[in-house]
Ligand binder design. Structure first.
Ligand code: RM4
Ligand code: MN
Ligand code: MN
Length: 384
């Protein structure tokens, strides 16, 4: 494809949602290293997200995690977002930190705990309505640690029954279901893979779709093929972008395996997924790197992956594929991956009124230094 103006238009229309929780302090199970200038409340997280959008031009929405982003007045939070040029994105119910959830949330053997989890999701649905959020994004930490601990069949039944009740309350809010193969459960996770998530969505109804987090698969799993399968089933709901070397490392997207990221985008372009309402969200944890700059870099990595995918010569690829020319087909894809798209992306950002060189502009702005000064005092927001 050499229609450069079409490619530029597609890049201008690209949208990436940033996660509120990646702006607050986070860490590993060993330590949380607080950073100077880390936001102290959801309002300050929005300021950081607006800074990312200001430099990149394609990150105008922010996902929230409840109760991490609980505020007294959600109208005020929404209004603040709008004043900063942002929208509030998917609402993520947190069903993994209360002591009651030790044996699970919606799959817990105790019906009272299941009711509590259900009530929390309902509350998130009402927050979504209030702030104009389009989706509830649900990840469950539910699972078991030992064989025999609980019955697979009963847990599945509780999962379906509870989510069915919630599903009825959704109205026009969409339900995204995220899977993850292990952690915190170490023997059997209740929603461990795309197949279990897809089956659940099909049981619930068409407003339930699957969310693919890049860090939630075993090694060697072909994520781009999963993307294609889910899309064909009409159930690709969105992404949690990040990268990893080992487990669910939540490193910056494209930092470890940029080729995989490109292949996922190549699949999305082939499917015309951006037009099909797929949500593109970052889900990362910046433990040692400065958070706002890391988020800007992550958005840029997504922009470059998309640009390269748009450059794939689709007609030539199809001809090589149908002609059985293995190496020509592979070469066409790799050619696009090898293209330096940085000037193209810089132009697109300039056209959007964002920064041609976002990292340099962010550093020159002294935003981080100012945040460290003005946000002194009070407790930083953190995931624990
Ligand atoms: C999980 C999963 C969820 C995220 C939590 C904090 O591993 O990726 O999306 O909300 O972490
Ligand atoms: Mn995730
Ligand atoms: Mn994760």
């Amino acid at each position: 494809m050499t229609d450069l103006s079409g490619i530029e238009a597609a890049l201008r229309a690209q949208r990436v949602e940033t996660p509120s929780w990646a702006f607050g302090n986070s860490g590993t199970r060993f330590a949380v290293f607080g950073q100077p200038g880390a936001p102290r409340d959801p309002f300050e997280k929005l300021e950081d997200a607006a800074e990312v959008h200001r430099h990149t031009g394609i990150a105008p929405s922010v996902a929230l995690h409840i109760p991490w982003d609980e505020v007294e007045d959600f109208d005020a939070l929404r209004d603040r977002a709008h004043k900063l040029g942002l929208q509030l994105g998917a609402i993520n119910p947190n069903l993994f930190q209360e002591p009651e959830y030790k044996l699970g949330s919606v799959c817990n053997p105790d019906p009272q705990v299941r009711r509590r989890a259900e009530a929390h999701i309902r509350r998130c649905v009402s927050i979504a309505r209030q702030v104009g959020s389009p989706a509830i994004s649900l990840w469950l930490a539910d699972g078991t640690n030992y064989p025999g601990q609980d019955s697979f069949r009963s847990r599945r039944q509780r999962l379906v029954d509870t989510l069915r009740t919630v599903y009825e309350q959704l109205g026009d809010v969409e339900l995204l279901i995220e899977y993850k193969f292990y952690e915190p459960a170490f023997y059997a996770t209740d929603l461990a893979d795309w197949g279990s998530a897809l089956l659940l969505c099909q049981e619930l109804g068409e407003r339930a779709r699957v969310l693919v987090d890049l860090g939630h698969h075993a090694h060697g799993v072909n994520i781009e093929q999963i993307v294609s399968l889910l899309f064909a089933a009409g159930r690709l709901g969105g992404f949690h972008f990040n990268d990893r070397k080992y487990g669910d490392d939540d490193l910056m997207v494209g930092s470890i395996d940029p080729f995989q990221l490109f292949l996922i985008y190549a699949e999305l372009v082939a499917l015309d997924a951006p037009a099909a309402g797929v949500r593109f969200t970052i889900d990362q944890s910046h433990n040692i790197e400065p958070k706002v700059e890391a988020m800007i870099q992550s958005v840029l990595n997504l922009q470059e992956a998309y640009a390269k995918a748009l450059l794939v010569d689709r007609a030539a690829l199809e001809a090589a594929q149908t002609g059985g020319d293995v190496l020509a087909a592979h070469g066409i894809l790799v050619d696009a991956f090898r293209t330096d798209v940085r000037p193209l992306c810089a132009k697109v950002r300039e056209d959007l009124g964002a920064s041609t060189d976002p990292i340099a502009a962010f550093r020159a702005s002294s935003y981080a230094e100012r945040a460290a000064e003005t946000r002194a005092g009070g407790a930083s927001a953190a995931w624990i």
